[in-house]
Design a protein around this ligand. Structure first.
Ligand code: KG4
Ligand code: ZN
Length: 338
């Protein structure tokens, strides 16, 4: 009998639902919360409320577009964490209520593992083991992926995440939230070597972006003093240079991890993996070294529920059922099942 899994994602500012049948994606719906734009960042309380009003229509749309009835769902996967607690609670409560009423298993999902599982929604997918650079708004990690639930963090950020660095740099340049995609777009017409910013000095596979943030802040302040209107006039060059600096750090560390482990399949995951400059830079470096690069389609890099359903599919295969007692968790370590 086919197993239909409903995936639910509410960890930050996207309310998303997707339906998968035996690992094949049937539908994926995402409602992005526009409310946060005016505040320059995600406001947790507003996110929870927006999830509450969006979750029913988003789930209904995913089920309808999958061409099935709600009663055909055989398992409910939901993001248990990490993420904003209030936002997670909306998805978790909804998933629990639905699993209870349909009498089907629950599959609690780790959001960062799901970003990695996004590689298996569509071919080509990497083979195990591979190295994944997971770069999102809250995380920056190099993960050795031995199996769907056999993952090891080899290095991570000691302060800001890469997405946060993009968003904060964008904010300093007067761009609205989320700034990452805007920097990507403006960088297309800029010179990546126009300006240089300080590179961090941390352990080989760890990351740090707070020094870069300070360096950009002082640079913009000094240039604006000398030449009012500088930021606005040189926006494409600034965006290209910031993007180049962040991506050089990310690419360099992942290449270093590959040399260290001898693993030659490299993967990108998370929102920042949608960055066109990062995809190109890693592809070029990997080609030179004879390595292979995997980057999911853009819609599966940023937050979505297809990746949550994919995690649910892997969990169902391993019979890793959750329970009503599983609480949402703002911080949580990987779910392991080697
Ligand atoms: O994975 P994600 O959608 O949500 C989290 O789990 O955090 O990542 C969001 C982050 C934001 O910081 C956003 O600015 C960044 O990903 N991002 C990008 C691009 N698209 C999204 N950063 C740079 N270039 C992009 N094209
Ligand atoms: Zn994410």
């Amino acid at each position: 009998m086919p197993l239909y899994i409903l995936g639910i994602e509410t960890s930050c500012d996207e309310t998303a639902a997707a339906v998968m049948c035996d690992g094949k994606l049937l539908s994926s719906e995402t409602a992005t919360q526009a409310i946060h734009e005016q505040y320059g960042g995600v406001v947790p309380e507003l996110a929870s409320r927006a999830h509450q009003s969006a979750i029913v229509p988003v789930v209904e749309a995913a089920v309808r577009k999958a061409g099935i009835e709600l009663s055909m769902i055989g398992g409910v996967a939901y993001t248990r964490g990490p993420g904003l607690l209030g936002a997670l609670m909306v998805g978790a409560s909804f998933a629990k209520g639905l699993s209870l009423s349909l009498n089907v298993p629950l599959y609690p999902v780790h959001h960062m593992q799901a970003h990695i599982h996004a590689h298996f929604i569509e071919a080509p997918s990497p083979d195990f083991p591979f190295l994944c650079l997971t770069v999102s708004g809250g995380h920056t990690q190099i993960v050795r992926v031995n199996g769907p639930f056999d993952m090891e963090i080899m290095g991570q950020t000691i302060d800001d995440a890469a997405g946060e660095a993009y968003d904060k740099a964008a904010k300093m340049m007067g761009l609205p939230y989320p700034g990452g995609p805007l920097i990507d777009r403006l960088a297309q017409t800029g010179n990546p070597l126009a300006f240089t910013f300080s590179a961090p000095n941390v352990a080989p596979l760890d990351f740090s972006f707070s020094g870069l943030k300070t360096s950009i802040r002082y640079f913009l302040r000094d240039e604006e003093k000398r030449h009012p209107g500088f930021t606005q006039e040189r926006l494409p060059d600034l965006c290209a240079s910031v993007q180049y600096t962040i991506n050089t750090i990310l690419t360099g560390k992942l290449m270093q991890a590959a040399q260290l482990t001898g693993i030659t399949q490299l993967a990108l995951a998370g929102g920042v993996a949608a960055n066109s400059g990062l995809r190109t830079m890693l592809q070029e470096a990997a080609t030179l070294a004879g390595f292979q690069v995997f980057a999911p389609p853009l819609g599966y890099c940023t937050d979505n529920a297809a990746m949550i359903a994919m995690s649910g599919h892997f969990a169902a295969q391993k019979n890793m059922k959750g329970s009503m007692d599983d609480l949402p968790s703002a911080r949580m370590s990987f779910i392991q099942n080697a």
